[in-house]
Design a protein. Structure first.
Length: 256
């Protein structure tokens, strides 16, 4: 029997690097993917710590990855062996009531399966059910690392920002400046927020957000009230000064 390395959750906070059988196709819409890059999600830590009751002890962890298709089932027409792909963190059929309305996380045949209910991507190879909906080809112009965040980290940040429905001039406050928070901050600006403020207890993350230009200001969670008020006063003085300057331009609205 062919085997591979895999990171297994044993239950009771225990993880183990083990040799596991190489996965095989189980259905016509399956694909087997050789993992080339993977990330650790906080949800993996939640499983390790016993905070996900539906997780199966003995499961191979992981649901965020990119890789190369090794083999596809007979029902997968949009992928072929050799394709570089990015995986969606959710398993979804695309056909049920929820999927047809865009609620793929509630798919009656899927949901959070990989690395929770079935073996995930913290391994050399992984079986992906409904591969025709859950795997997206990576353009040649992008590296594996470029595409790694697409299936969960970037998608989560974008989705959160999209739900805000920003209007011109809006200010976004992002709570937490980890990988998802940084993506949310960048997406908030992309989707129309005029200003982005971060709240993050870790000083290194706050500094990173400022250095990368993803937030105009970043505060610790327990910042004192006077420090925040001082920054807000300074911010709005600059903001209204800019608005007044624009209103006085020859082609701008008249003041009077």
């Amino acid at each position: 029997m062919n085997t591979m390395n895999a990171l297994v959750w044993k239950g009771n906070g225990m993880l183990s690097l083990e040799r596991r059988p190489v996965p095989e196709l189980q259905g016509p819409r399956d694909a087997i993917v050789r993992v080339t890059r993977s990330t650790i999600c906080t949800s993996d830590l939640h499983i390790r710590n016993g905070a996900v009751p539906r997780a199966n002890p003995g499961v191979v962890l992981g649901h965020e990855f990119v890789g190369v298709v090794e083999v596809v089932g007979s029902g997968v027409a949009n992928l072929k062996p050799g394709d570089r792909v990015s995986a969606c963190c959710e398993t979804f059929c695309g056909d049920c009531w929820f999927c047809r309305r865009g609620y793929v996380n509630n798919c009656v045949h899927g949901g959070w399966e990989l690395g929770c209910r079935i073996d995930g991507c913290q391994a050399e190879l992984v079986r992906v059910p409904f591969a025709d909906t859950g795997l997206t080809p990576i353009p040649d112009s992008l590296s594996d690392e470029d595409a790694l965040f697409v299936g969960d980290i970037l998608a989560s940040g974008y989705w959160g920002a999209e739900l805000c429905r920003f209007q011109p001039g809006d200010t976004a406050v992002v709570l937490g400046l980890g990988p998802v928070g940084l993506c949310a901050a960048q997406c908030a600006a992309l989707l129309g927020a005029a200003h982005v403020i971060g709240v993050e207890p870790d000083p290194w993350r706050r500094q990173l957000a400022l250095e990368q230009g993803l937030a105009e200001a970043a505060f610790a969670r327990r910042y004192d009230r006077e420090t925040i008020l001082k920054w807000l006063r300074s911010f709005y003085r600059r903001f209204f000064a800019q608005q007044f300057k624009r209103s006085c331009l020859p082609d701008g609205p008249k003041v009077g």
